[in-house]
Design a protein around this ligand. Structure first.
Ligand code: SF4
Length: 741
């Protein structure tokens, strides 16, 4: 019986005429899916599919990966270098020689007039690792500014800072395979289903095979929270209180792993003294989670044979983001949940190669997790690059979030923005707009010539996109994976790798005897340099953890990605995989090998709702979009699902204010205002609204973005707003203009 279907036409798949599949790694999020790009007879990319052999995604892709072949010909691609004397004047098309000559001359003029650090460089988490390494060589070894950072300060800086403070080094200790071994998982401020869909599928599959408790901590009833066994709707910005309280219960009830603490941790006494103050009764009043639930979760986590925590921006984007990460690490250290299958702290990174910049870009130090503050590291890199050691500063310069205030005060006069879009992504965008007007010279290097930050630029370097280039990315679980060029760069755009190498030739040597670092001709040669630098002894006297020496483009491709550390000895001995986990022996990266348990007092310093601004403003991602929509806003099948800046609002609150579903409203904060369409949903509580962060001139007109003291990451998710009625026709017109690409 066909139930009426036998006369219907079967669904026909459009034959895209693929004649060849070329290999890459997805260029969006940090899950790092292996992807194959289908090429037609004319050599054009026409479709994508997940690589079935890849351990990460096992053939799957989310909507962004599935539509990635459309990227190559999206509107707004930059085809030629552009130049102009003043902002807001019309752009002049030019050639690479002219734009390089002019930009190098301007950078050098400004450095000679105001000092070396008056030129700032703000980079990204989205170019290839070999490109990051080359940019670091140019920034640190030739241009010589210390005000060089990446947009990872907006997303992962707290995780980096927390790993360093707890374990002595950056580097996520766990892997996706931990889902298959854990007995309890807490997800902190992570909407995995939308932010990292293929990773959510891995988790779901693991839970279907072997049921274990999933607890989601999030102020909002996210899609992920709906799938959880327990949802803890924590009060925004108070996760540290909840974490300290969980530790309180664990110690109070003697559930800690004494042997692990004795063998592998310092700082227990001070930590134990601090968490005494966070009894569940008192903590519940601050974090909004009742005391019985706190006790239940603490017992569940501590008694599980293997427990793990994952987190994303709900923890990182906070005034105590770094402390929140350390508190997660504390929880895992006192319960002995690090370095075993199913037992870990695992930050889920945002951008496809945020890990690559952390490892190799020299943004926060020197390549390969080396520090500017360490004399031996400065010496080692100066010798390797063939430059003067004294040229390096002895401590890191400004973070991205401090670079903009330094432009505002006139300390910085020139800015080179690479593959990021601060006009949309930085908090308090009204202030950022005003700040950028102060620049004497600004270069934007991007795939697209219509990114919002271009309004303030004097020069434009058109960059090639994603798989028009060759090199590697590192994903969240330390897996290095390959991107092969599936087609030539669009028009006269160039690989970022080419841009860094060629631009370096326009600077005079700042070193004695005219020395200059060597910029190799191919990404593969750069990869070999990185491999050499990855070998050696780490701060704890053992082999460095960030070791690539066993890798080659060939074996990375064969394995569809290899996790570091992967040492030459491993490769020589026929071992095909890198190490899945760090700290398996309980030895950490501090000189004595012990991790630090940190006493982390909670300080209430955020903007909270009051009579004038009675709603929490929360922000986050939706599955169809990535970052500031420079790419997904132009891919039809991504944009059409979410084309409009909208706001989730609780129906009861809406009714009280006389607001209806799909109406436009104006949100007002102490910084500015934004017009959004209302979507009524019980996902948000009565006193909270939520807006996806991707849209220009939207949530960041409102956000405050107080900075974390360690990571300098902004608290994007916590500020207060009020809601006002607007003329519906005027708002609809504004919306049409904003959507027009
Ligand atoms: Fe790409 Fe992330 Fe989607 Fe995988 S989950 S296809 S890496 S965007």
């Amino acid at each position: 019986m066909m139930f009426g279907r036998k006369h219907k036409n079967p669904i026909k798949m459009h034959d895209k005429g693929v004649v060849e599949w070329k290999y890459a790694t997805c260029g969006y999020c940090s899950v790092g899916c292996s992807i194959e790009v289908g090429i037609d007879a004319k050599g054009e990319p026409v479709t994508t599919r997940g690589s079935g052999k890849a351990d990460v995604n096992r053939g799957k892709l989310c909507i962004k990966g599935l539509t990635e072949a459309e990227l190559f010909n999206t509107p707004g691609r930059g085809s030629e270098p552009l130049i102009r004397n003043k902002t807001f004047e019309p752009w002049q098309q030019t050639d690479w020689d002219t734009v390089f000559k002019k930009s190098a001359a301007e950078f050098q003029r400004i450095q000679q007039t105001y000092g070396r650090d008056a030129v700032a460089i703000v980079s990204t988490g989205q170019i290839l690792t070999e490109e990051f390494y080359s940019l670091g060589k140019l920034a640190r070894g030739v241009i010589g500014t210390n005000n060089y950072d990446g947009n990872t300060t907006l997303c992962m800086a707290s995780a980096v800072s927390g790993y360093k403070r707890s374990f002595g080094s950056d580097g996520p200790p766990g892997c996706y395979g931990d889902f298959e071994h854990t007995d309890c998982l807490i997800a902190w401020g992570s909407n995995l289903t939308e932010q990292h869909p293929v990773l959510y599928w891995r988790l779901k599959e693991a839970r279907e095979k072997r049921k274990f408790p999933l607890i989601v901590v999030d102020p909002r009833v996210t899609m992920f929270a709906q799938f959880a066994d327990m949802h803890l709707p924590v009060t925004p910005g108070t996760d540290l209180v909840l974490l300290n309280s969980l530790a309180h219960v664990i110690l109070d009830e003697g559930l800690q792993d004494e042997a692990y603490i004795r063998q592998s941790c310092n700082g227990f006494d001070e930590f134990a003294e601090l968490v005494k103050q966070y009894d569940p009764t008192s903590a519940a009043k601050i974090c909004g989670i009742d005391e019985d639930t706190i006790r239940t979760v603490a017992r569940l986590y501590a008694k599980a044979d293997n427990a793990m925590s994952i987190w994303t921006m709900g923890i990182n984007q906070s005034t105590h983001g770094s402390d929140g990460v350390c508190a997660i690490n504390n929880l895992n250290l006192i319960t002995g949940n690090i370095g075993k299958p199913g037992s870990t702290s695992l930050s889920i990174t945002g951008q496809c190669n945020a890990m690559g910049t952390r490892e190799w870009s020299s943004c926060s130090g020197l390549p390969g997790y080396r520090a500017l503050e360490n004399e031996n590291h400065r010496k080692e890199i100066a010798e390797f690059w063939g430059i003067d050691e004294e040229f390096f500063p002895t401590k890191r310069g400004l973070f991205m979030t401090d670079i903009f205030p330094a432009i505002e005060t006139g300390e910085i006069k020139a800015l080179w923005v690479i593959a990021t879009n601060p006009m949309t992504s930085m908090p308090n965008s009204g202030r950022i707009r005003k700040t950028l007007e102060n620049l004497e010279y600004c270069v934007v290097q991007d795939v697209y010539e219509d990114v919002e930050t271009m309004q303030y630029a004097h020069a434009y370097f058109p960059a090639a996109i994603w798989a028009e280039k060759e090199g590697v990315f590192t994903n969240t679980e330390r897996r290095v994976n390959l991107i092969t060029p599936v087609k030539k760069p669009y028009a006269n755009s160039k690989a970022d790798f080419w841009i860094f190498r060629e631009f370096s030739r326009y600077f005079e040597s700042p070193h004695s005897d005219g020395k200059m670092p060597h910029f190799p001709d191919t990404p593969k040669e750069v990869f070999e340099e990185m491999k050499t630098l990855s070998h050696g002894i780490g701060p704890n006297g053992r082999d460095r953890i960030l070791d690539y020496t066993g890798m080659s483009y060939e074996n990375i491709y064969e394995q569809r990605g290899i996790q570091w550390p992967y040492r030459k000895e491993d490769a020589d001995n026929g071992i095909e995989k890198g190490e899945a986990r760090l700290y398996t022996d309980g030895v950490f990266q501090f000189p004595d090998g012990k991790a630090k348990l940190l006493a982390l007092p909670y300080v209430e310093n955020n903007e909270v709702p009051d009579q004038d601004f009675p709603f929490w403003l929360n922000s986050g991602r939706v599955v169809e979009h990535f970052h500031t929509r420079t790419r997904t806003g132009k891919v039809g099948n991504c944009n059409k699902y979410s084309p409009t800046p909208y706001m989730e609002m609780n129906p009861d609150a809406a009714e009280e204010l006389g607001i209806e579903h799909m109406q436009y409203v104006r949100l007002v904060s102490r910084r500015g205002d934004a017009v959004v369409m209302v979507q009524l949903t019980q996902r948000v509580p009565y006193n909270m609204v939520f807006i996806p962060f991707h849209f220009h001139d939207c949530v960041n007109r409102l956000s405050l973005g107080l900075l974390d003291p360690y990571s300098r990451q902004p608290a994007f998710k916590q500020c207060s707003v009020r809601i006002e009625h607007v003329d519906q026709q005027e708002a609809a017109q504004l919306n049409v203009e904003m959507r027009a690409y």
